[in-house]
Design a protein around this ligand. Structure first.
Ligand code: ATP
Length: 367
Protein backbone atom coordinates (compact mmCIF):
# COMPACT_ATOMS: atom_id res chain seq x y z
CA UNK A 1 0.00 0.00 0.00
CA UNK A 2 1.34 3.42 -0.87
CA UNK A 3 2.50 6.15 1.43
CA UNK A 4 0.91 9.59 1.72
CA UNK A 5 3.13 12.60 1.98
CA UNK A 6 2.23 16.21 2.62
CA UNK A 7 5.02 18.72 2.22
CA UNK A 8 4.46 22.23 3.54
CA UNK A 9 0.77 22.33 2.66
CA UNK A 10 -1.01 25.62 3.27
CA UNK A 11 -4.67 26.38 2.67
CA UNK A 12 -6.52 29.62 3.47
CA UNK A 13 -10.22 30.41 3.28
CA UNK A 14 -10.24 34.21 3.14
CA UNK A 15 -8.56 35.34 6.34
CA UNK A 16 -8.78 31.86 7.92
CA UNK A 17 -5.63 29.78 7.72
CA UNK A 18 -7.11 26.26 7.71
CA UNK A 19 -3.74 24.55 7.10
CA UNK A 20 -0.54 26.29 8.05
CA UNK A 21 2.56 24.79 6.43
CA UNK A 22 1.69 21.19 7.34
CA UNK A 23 4.19 18.42 6.59
CA UNK A 24 3.21 14.84 7.34
CA UNK A 25 4.27 11.39 6.21
CA UNK A 26 1.87 8.45 6.48
CA UNK A 27 3.67 5.13 6.22
CA UNK A 28 2.69 2.13 4.14
CA UNK A 29 -0.26 0.30 5.71
CA UNK A 30 -0.35 2.73 8.62
CA UNK A 31 -3.48 4.04 10.32
CA UNK A 32 -2.81 7.65 11.23
CA UNK A 33 -5.40 9.43 13.37
CA UNK A 34 -5.70 13.20 13.20
CA UNK A 35 -7.06 14.63 16.40
CA UNK A 36 -7.93 18.18 17.28
CA UNK A 37 -10.68 20.56 18.32
CA UNK A 38 -13.38 21.75 15.96
CA UNK A 39 -12.02 24.07 13.27
CA UNK A 40 -8.34 23.06 13.63
CA UNK A 41 -8.14 21.97 9.98
CA UNK A 42 -8.55 18.17 10.15
CA UNK A 43 -11.22 17.91 7.48
CA UNK A 44 -9.42 20.38 5.22
CA UNK A 45 -6.30 18.21 5.39
CA UNK A 46 -8.32 15.11 4.50
CA UNK A 47 -10.03 16.93 1.64
CA UNK A 48 -6.65 18.06 0.28
CA UNK A 49 -5.45 14.43 0.23
CA UNK A 50 -8.69 13.39 -1.49
CA UNK A 51 -8.37 16.15 -4.09
CA UNK A 52 -11.65 17.79 -3.02
CA UNK A 53 -9.83 20.92 -1.82
CA UNK A 54 -6.82 22.38 -3.58
CA UNK A 55 -3.99 23.65 -1.36
CA UNK A 56 -2.50 27.03 -2.12
CA UNK A 57 1.02 25.82 -1.80
CA UNK A 58 2.86 22.68 -0.92
CA UNK A 59 3.22 19.26 -2.49
CA UNK A 60 1.09 16.15 -1.98
CA UNK A 61 2.37 12.71 -2.91
CA UNK A 62 0.60 9.36 -2.90
CA UNK A 63 2.90 6.38 -3.32
CA UNK A 64 5.73 8.79 -4.07
CA UNK A 65 3.87 10.32 -7.04
CA UNK A 66 3.10 14.04 -7.01
CA UNK A 67 -0.72 14.26 -7.13
CA UNK A 68 -1.01 17.93 -6.10
CA UNK A 69 -2.58 18.91 -9.44
CA UNK A 70 -4.47 15.65 -10.01
CA UNK A 71 -8.29 15.63 -9.82
CA UNK A 72 -9.99 13.56 -7.09
CA UNK A 73 -11.22 10.76 -9.39
CA UNK A 74 -7.70 9.78 -10.49
CA UNK A 75 -6.12 9.71 -7.02
CA UNK A 76 -7.42 6.28 -6.02
CA UNK A 77 -8.69 7.42 -2.65
CA UNK A 78 -11.67 5.90 -0.78
CA UNK A 79 -13.61 8.08 1.65
CA UNK A 80 -15.96 7.40 4.56
CA UNK A 81 -17.91 10.34 5.95
CA UNK A 82 -19.70 10.98 9.23
CA UNK A 83 -23.17 10.92 7.69
CA UNK A 84 -22.83 7.55 5.85
CA UNK A 85 -23.72 9.21 2.49
CA UNK A 86 -25.36 6.05 1.13
CA UNK A 87 -27.75 6.36 -1.81
CA UNK A 88 -31.20 5.90 -0.21
CA UNK A 89 -32.75 4.38 -3.37
CA UNK A 90 -30.09 1.67 -3.72
CA UNK A 91 -29.78 -1.51 -1.66
CA UNK A 92 -26.68 -2.23 0.43
CA UNK A 93 -25.26 -4.41 -2.37
CA UNK A 94 -26.08 -1.79 -5.02
CA UNK A 95 -24.42 0.92 -2.93
CA UNK A 96 -21.23 -1.12 -2.74
CA UNK A 97 -21.43 -1.91 -6.46
CA UNK A 98 -21.92 1.73 -7.46
CA UNK A 99 -18.26 2.82 -7.74
CA UNK A 100 -17.43 -0.40 -9.60
CA UNK A 101 -20.21 0.18 -12.14
CA UNK A 102 -18.92 3.73 -12.60
CA UNK A 103 -15.55 2.20 -13.45
CA UNK A 104 -17.29 -0.24 -15.83
CA UNK A 105 -16.16 -3.40 -14.08
CA UNK A 106 -17.64 -6.55 -15.70
CA UNK A 107 -20.84 -7.76 -13.96
CA UNK A 108 -19.47 -11.07 -12.58
CA UNK A 109 -16.45 -9.25 -11.13
CA UNK A 110 -18.76 -6.71 -9.46
CA UNK A 111 -20.99 -9.43 -7.99
CA UNK A 112 -18.01 -11.29 -6.58
CA UNK A 113 -16.40 -8.15 -5.15
CA UNK A 114 -19.69 -7.09 -3.51
CA UNK A 115 -20.03 -10.55 -1.89
CA UNK A 116 -16.44 -10.36 -0.68
CA UNK A 117 -16.96 -6.91 0.87
CA UNK A 118 -20.28 -7.79 2.50
CA UNK A 119 -18.47 -10.72 4.13
CA UNK A 120 -15.58 -8.47 5.17
CA UNK A 121 -17.93 -6.13 7.06
CA UNK A 122 -20.06 -9.04 8.34
CA UNK A 123 -23.27 -7.96 6.60
CA UNK A 124 -23.97 -10.69 4.00
CA UNK A 125 -27.57 -10.91 5.25
CA UNK A 126 -28.31 -7.24 4.50
CA UNK A 127 -27.41 -7.27 0.79
CA UNK A 128 -30.97 -6.52 -0.36
CA UNK A 129 -31.89 -4.01 2.34
CA UNK A 130 -32.20 -0.29 1.69
CA UNK A 131 -30.31 2.17 3.93
CA UNK A 132 -33.45 3.04 5.94
CA UNK A 133 -33.74 -0.67 6.83
CA UNK A 134 -30.23 -0.67 8.35
CA UNK A 135 -29.03 0.61 11.72
CA UNK A 136 -26.56 3.51 11.81
CA UNK A 137 -23.69 1.11 12.51
CA UNK A 138 -24.73 -1.15 9.63
CA UNK A 139 -25.01 1.82 7.27
CA UNK A 140 -21.50 2.89 8.20
CA UNK A 141 -20.18 -0.64 7.55
CA UNK A 142 -21.76 -0.52 4.09
CA UNK A 143 -20.21 2.92 3.53
CA UNK A 144 -16.84 1.44 4.51
CA UNK A 145 -17.34 -1.49 2.13
CA UNK A 146 -18.23 0.95 -0.65
CA UNK A 147 -15.11 3.03 0.04
CA UNK A 148 -12.96 -0.12 -0.19
CA UNK A 149 -14.73 -1.52 -3.27
CA UNK A 150 -12.47 -0.25 -6.04
CA UNK A 151 -9.25 -1.17 -4.19
CA UNK A 152 -8.30 2.40 -3.27
CA UNK A 153 -4.67 3.23 -2.59
CA UNK A 154 -5.59 5.14 0.53
CA UNK A 155 -8.61 5.16 2.84
CA UNK A 156 -9.74 8.45 4.36
CA UNK A 157 -12.22 8.45 7.23
CA UNK A 158 -13.80 11.71 8.41
CA UNK A 159 -15.39 11.32 11.86
CA UNK A 160 -16.97 8.04 10.72
CA UNK A 161 -18.40 7.17 14.15
CA UNK A 162 -19.67 10.54 15.35
CA UNK A 163 -23.29 9.88 14.50
CA UNK A 164 -23.44 6.55 16.37
CA UNK A 165 -24.29 5.64 19.96
CA UNK A 166 -21.42 4.95 22.39
CA UNK A 167 -21.60 1.14 22.29
CA UNK A 168 -21.80 0.92 18.50
CA UNK A 169 -18.94 3.39 18.28
CA UNK A 170 -16.59 1.20 20.28
CA UNK A 171 -17.55 -1.97 18.42
CA UNK A 172 -17.30 -0.38 15.00
CA UNK A 173 -14.05 1.39 15.89
CA UNK A 174 -12.41 -1.98 16.59
CA UNK A 175 -14.04 -3.42 13.48
CA UNK A 176 -12.64 -0.64 11.26
CA UNK A 177 -9.19 -1.25 12.72
CA UNK A 178 -9.49 -5.02 12.15
CA UNK A 179 -10.51 -4.47 8.53
CA UNK A 180 -7.80 -1.86 7.91
CA UNK A 181 -5.16 -4.25 9.25
CA UNK A 182 -6.60 -7.21 7.30
CA UNK A 183 -6.52 -5.23 4.04
CA UNK A 184 -3.20 -3.59 4.95
CA UNK A 185 -4.65 -0.24 3.91
CA UNK A 186 -2.86 3.07 4.41
CA UNK A 187 -5.46 5.20 6.18
CA UNK A 188 -6.02 8.63 7.69
CA UNK A 189 -8.72 8.82 10.34
CA UNK A 190 -10.02 12.20 11.45
CA UNK A 191 -11.69 12.55 14.83
CA UNK A 192 -12.09 14.97 17.71
CA UNK A 193 -12.44 12.05 20.13
CA UNK A 194 -9.12 11.35 21.86
CA UNK A 195 -10.12 7.89 23.10
CA UNK A 196 -11.01 6.88 19.55
CA UNK A 197 -7.77 8.31 18.12
CA UNK A 198 -5.56 6.59 20.70
CA UNK A 199 -7.39 3.28 20.35
CA UNK A 200 -7.47 2.97 16.58
CA UNK A 201 -4.21 4.41 15.31
CA UNK A 202 -0.58 3.38 14.81
CA UNK A 203 0.27 7.07 15.19
CA UNK A 204 -1.69 10.08 16.30
CA UNK A 205 -1.24 13.63 15.01
CA UNK A 206 -2.70 16.50 17.00
CA UNK A 207 -3.70 19.68 15.18
CA UNK A 208 -4.17 23.18 16.54
CA UNK A 209 -5.10 26.19 14.43
CA UNK A 210 -4.05 24.57 11.16
CA UNK A 211 -0.73 23.32 12.50
CA UNK A 212 0.38 19.80 13.33
CA UNK A 213 1.66 20.19 16.90
CA UNK A 214 2.18 16.54 17.96
CA UNK A 215 2.91 13.34 16.09
CA UNK A 216 3.72 9.99 17.61
CA UNK A 217 2.56 6.55 18.73
CA UNK A 218 -0.53 6.73 20.97
CA UNK A 219 1.41 5.86 24.15
CA UNK A 220 4.09 8.42 23.29
CA UNK A 221 1.61 11.23 22.62
CA UNK A 222 -0.25 10.36 25.83
CA UNK A 223 2.76 9.93 28.10
CA UNK A 224 5.22 12.46 26.72
CA UNK A 225 3.34 15.15 24.82
CA UNK A 226 5.71 17.69 23.30
CA UNK A 227 3.43 20.69 23.79
CA UNK A 228 1.13 22.04 26.46
CA UNK A 229 -1.71 21.94 23.94
CA UNK A 230 -1.04 18.24 23.33
CA UNK A 231 -0.75 17.57 27.05
CA UNK A 232 -4.09 19.11 27.83
CA UNK A 233 -5.89 17.79 24.75
CA UNK A 234 -5.03 14.12 25.27
CA UNK A 235 -6.15 12.58 28.52
CA UNK A 236 -7.27 14.56 31.54
CA UNK A 237 -4.40 16.16 33.43
CA UNK A 238 -3.71 17.94 36.66
CA UNK A 239 -2.15 21.32 36.01
CA UNK A 240 -0.50 23.54 38.59
CA UNK A 241 0.52 27.12 38.00
CA UNK A 242 3.94 27.42 39.66
CA UNK A 243 6.77 29.97 39.83
CA UNK A 244 10.21 28.49 39.08
CA UNK A 245 12.37 28.60 42.23
CA UNK A 246 15.54 30.70 42.29
CA UNK A 247 17.57 27.48 42.04
CA UNK A 248 15.82 26.58 38.77
CA UNK A 249 13.63 23.84 40.31
CA UNK A 250 9.88 23.55 40.02
CA UNK A 251 8.44 22.38 43.34
CA UNK A 252 5.05 21.76 44.75
CA UNK A 253 5.61 21.41 48.49
CA UNK A 254 7.11 17.99 49.11
CA UNK A 255 4.92 16.40 46.43
CA UNK A 256 7.44 16.85 43.61
CA UNK A 257 10.58 18.71 42.60
CA UNK A 258 11.57 18.90 38.95
CA UNK A 259 14.64 20.63 37.53
CA UNK A 260 14.04 22.98 34.60
CA UNK A 261 16.10 25.19 32.34
CA UNK A 262 13.36 27.86 32.41
CA UNK A 263 14.19 31.19 34.01
CA UNK A 264 14.01 31.34 37.83
CA UNK A 265 10.97 33.40 38.83
CA UNK A 266 9.07 32.63 35.58
CA UNK A 267 5.57 31.12 35.58
CA UNK A 268 5.18 27.54 34.43
CA UNK A 269 2.51 24.90 34.33
CA UNK A 270 3.39 21.59 35.94
CA UNK A 271 1.27 18.91 34.28
CA UNK A 272 0.71 15.30 35.35
CA UNK A 273 -1.88 12.60 34.75
CA UNK A 274 -4.27 11.45 37.48
CA UNK A 275 -2.80 7.94 37.42
CA UNK A 276 0.70 9.31 38.17
CA UNK A 277 -0.27 10.50 41.65
CA UNK A 278 0.53 8.31 44.68
CA UNK A 279 -1.83 8.36 47.65
CA UNK A 280 -0.67 7.74 51.24
CA UNK A 281 2.92 8.58 50.33
CA UNK A 282 5.49 8.63 53.15
CA UNK A 283 6.30 12.27 52.33
CA UNK A 284 4.45 14.70 50.12
CA UNK A 285 1.58 17.19 50.14
CA UNK A 286 -1.10 16.68 52.81
CA UNK A 287 -4.71 16.71 51.68
CA UNK A 288 -8.19 15.37 52.29
CA UNK A 289 -10.24 13.11 50.03
CA UNK A 290 -13.09 15.09 48.47
CA UNK A 291 -15.23 14.10 45.50
CA UNK A 292 -15.06 10.46 44.45
CA UNK A 293 -16.28 9.36 41.03
CA UNK A 294 -16.55 5.73 40.00
CA UNK A 295 -15.56 5.13 36.37
CA UNK A 296 -15.70 1.38 36.02
CA UNK A 297 -12.19 -0.11 36.13
CA UNK A 298 -10.80 3.02 37.76
CA UNK A 299 -12.12 5.52 40.28
CA UNK A 300 -11.20 9.24 40.26
CA UNK A 301 -10.50 10.45 43.79
CA UNK A 302 -10.12 14.21 44.29
CA UNK A 303 -7.62 15.25 46.93
CA UNK A 304 -8.12 18.74 48.33
CA UNK A 305 -4.87 20.35 49.48
CA UNK A 306 -4.23 23.82 50.89
CA UNK A 307 -4.00 25.37 47.42
CA UNK A 308 -5.31 22.91 44.84
CA UNK A 309 -7.56 19.98 44.13
CA UNK A 310 -5.81 17.07 42.48
CA UNK A 311 -7.51 14.27 40.55
CA UNK A 312 -6.07 10.83 41.31
CA UNK A 313 -7.06 7.68 39.41
CA UNK A 314 -6.87 4.43 41.33
CA UNK A 315 -8.05 0.90 40.49
CA UNK A 316 -11.68 0.70 41.63
CA UNK A 317 -11.04 -2.32 43.86
CA UNK A 318 -8.85 -0.04 46.05
CA UNK A 319 -11.40 2.79 46.23
CA UNK A 320 -12.99 1.74 49.52
CA UNK A 321 -9.69 2.48 51.26
CA UNK A 322 -10.13 6.15 50.41
CA UNK A 323 -13.50 7.37 51.70
CA UNK A 324 -14.53 11.00 51.53
CA UNK A 325 -13.02 13.13 54.30
CA UNK A 326 -10.03 10.81 54.97
CA UNK A 327 -6.61 12.44 55.26
CA UNK A 328 -3.86 11.39 52.86
CA UNK A 329 -0.51 12.57 51.53
CA UNK A 330 0.10 12.82 47.79
CA UNK A 331 3.31 12.58 45.85
CA UNK A 332 4.08 12.61 42.13
CA UNK A 333 7.26 10.95 40.84
CA UNK A 334 9.38 13.68 39.21
CA UNK A 335 9.63 11.75 35.91
CA UNK A 336 5.83 11.89 35.59
CA UNK A 337 5.67 15.69 35.85
CA UNK A 338 6.02 17.78 32.70
CA UNK A 339 6.78 21.46 32.92
CA UNK A 340 5.71 23.98 30.27
CA UNK A 341 6.37 27.72 30.18
CA UNK A 342 3.14 29.58 30.73
CA UNK A 343 1.94 32.45 28.62
CA UNK A 344 -1.59 33.82 28.39
CA UNK A 345 -2.39 31.96 25.17
CA UNK A 346 -1.35 28.70 26.83
CA UNK A 347 -4.24 28.82 29.31
CA UNK A 348 -5.73 25.37 29.82
CA UNK A 349 -9.40 25.13 28.85
CA UNK A 350 -11.41 24.54 32.03
CA UNK A 351 -13.07 21.38 30.76
CA UNK A 352 -9.69 19.73 30.16
CA UNK A 353 -8.25 20.49 33.57
CA UNK A 354 -8.96 18.10 36.42
CA UNK A 355 -7.28 20.41 38.92
CA UNK A 356 -10.23 22.30 40.32
CA UNK A 357 -8.41 25.03 42.19
CA UNK A 358 -5.12 25.75 40.46
CA UNK A 359 -2.86 28.48 41.75
CA UNK A 360 -0.18 26.72 43.72
CA UNK A 361 2.89 28.85 44.22
CA UNK A 362 6.44 27.68 44.21
CA UNK A 363 7.98 26.18 47.24
CA UNK A 364 10.61 28.33 48.91
CA UNK A 365 14.04 28.05 47.36
CA UNK A 366 16.33 25.70 49.25
CA UNK A 367 18.30 27.08 52.13
P1 ATP B 1 -14.62 20.01 12.66
O1 ATP B 1 -14.09 19.01 13.64
O2 ATP B 1 -15.58 20.99 13.28
O3 ATP B 1 -15.12 19.41 11.40
P2 ATP B 1 -12.05 20.62 11.44
O4 ATP B 1 -10.90 20.49 12.34
O5 ATP B 1 -12.32 19.49 10.50
O6 ATP B 1 -13.36 20.96 12.26
P3 ATP B 1 -12.00 22.27 9.07
O7 ATP B 1 -13.37 21.86 8.62
O8 ATP B 1 -10.86 21.72 8.34
O9 ATP B 1 -11.82 21.97 10.63
O10 ATP B 1 -11.93 23.86 9.06
C1 ATP B 1 -10.74 24.57 9.36
C2 ATP B 1 -11.05 26.06 9.28
O11 ATP B 1 -11.32 26.42 7.94
C3 ATP B 1 -12.28 26.47 10.07
O12 ATP B 1 -12.04 27.74 10.63
C4 ATP B 1 -13.38 26.51 9.04
O13 ATP B 1 -14.38 27.45 9.41
C5 ATP B 1 -12.62 26.97 7.81
N1 ATP B 1 -13.22 26.43 6.57
C6 ATP B 1 -13.28 25.14 6.22
N2 ATP B 1 -13.87 24.99 4.99
C7 ATP B 1 -14.19 26.24 4.59
C8 ATP B 1 -14.82 26.76 3.42
N3 ATP B 1 -15.20 25.97 2.41
N4 ATP B 1 -15.00 28.09 3.35
C9 ATP B 1 -14.59 28.91 4.34
N5 ATP B 1 -13.97 28.49 5.47
C10 ATP B 1 -13.79 27.17 5.60
Amino acid sequence: MPTVELERITKRFGATVALDNVSLYVREGEMLALLGPSGCGKTTLLRCVAGLTMPECGVLRIGGVDVTEQPARTRGVGMVFQNYALFPNLTAAENIAFPLEAKRWPRPAIASRVRELLALVGLEHTADRYPHQLSGGQQQRIALARALAAHPKVLLLDEPLSALDALTRTTLRDEIRRIQLAVGMTAIYVTHDQVEALAIADRVGIMDHGRLVELGAPAEVYTHPATLFGATFVGSRNTLDIIVGMDGWVRWGDAFAVPTTLAPGSRVLAVFTPESVELDAATGMPGTIGLISFRGASTRVHVVTADAEIGVDIPSHLAERFPRGRATTIRVPAERVQVFPLSEQDRVPEELDVTRRPGASAAAPPA
